[in-house]
Design a protein around this ligand. Sequence first.
Ligand SMILES: C[S@@+](CC[C@H](N)C(=O)[O-])C[C@H]1O[C@@H](n2cnc3c(N)ncnc32)[C@H](O)[C@@H]1O
Length: 233
Amino acid sequence: MTKSTNVNADELNYDKYEAKIYDNDIRRSIPGHDELHKIIEETTREFSKKHKVKKVLDLGIGTGITSEKILKLIPGASLTAVDFSEQMIKGAKKLLAKYKVEYLLGDYSELDFGTDFDIVLSVIGFHHQNDEGKKKMFKKIYNSLKPDGIFILGDLVTYRDKNKAALNDAKHYHHLVENARDEKALEEWAYHHKFLNVLTPIEDQITWLKDAGFSNIEIKYTYLNTALITVKK
Ligand SMILES: C[S@@+](CC[C@H](N)C(=O)[O-])C[C@H]1O[C@@H](n2cnc3c(N)ncnc32)[C@H](O)[C@@H]1O
């Protein structure tokens, strides 16, 4: 069977980072990272007004930047946090020490992460799933949610329109040149984008989300290759 994830944890620069340096670098490297997170907070706030949120799943928790924002809004919820990088989980454990969190170390395309979640999120990690992997994950996530639960997908995407895709890529690299901490960090993040990221057209992903059974599909944010999609079971 071919693997859905195109890299091992130790091939990613995340796996080598000290958490605080990572937190700064990810915000510099992902165009619109802060704006994306503001909309994730708004979405969570709105959702939690109408639903009692008991269980949240973060696929690719990293150092916990995204989940911390969610747990601040719904501190009583229990979080299941998946990551295949021990180094990232170490960072998340520090940041989220006061919350109820279960950590699962492993590849989320391969492990059983459970069911009955109210919110599933994956933010800036799905671009390491190949296209078949993305399709399979959408179905797996659909099955892991409670009825009316939501999936929040923030990621780097591309577009079917090749001109738009090329222009966004050029601007993504420009963003890295303008914002990288130093030349070494620029080299790492440029390598990451050129050789490790599998960007899939957002239009294809919307089709696969529908095929998986999701409704209320909303593209809530786009900026260059960065996008936020929310869907409901
Ligand atoms: C870039 S971080 C994002 C963290 C946070 N959401 C943010 O925006 O800063 C993505 C995380 O996903 C993890 N990851 C990527 N693919 C994975 C997979 N297939 N299984 C488990 N973890 C994965 C990486 O190790 C990394 O820690």
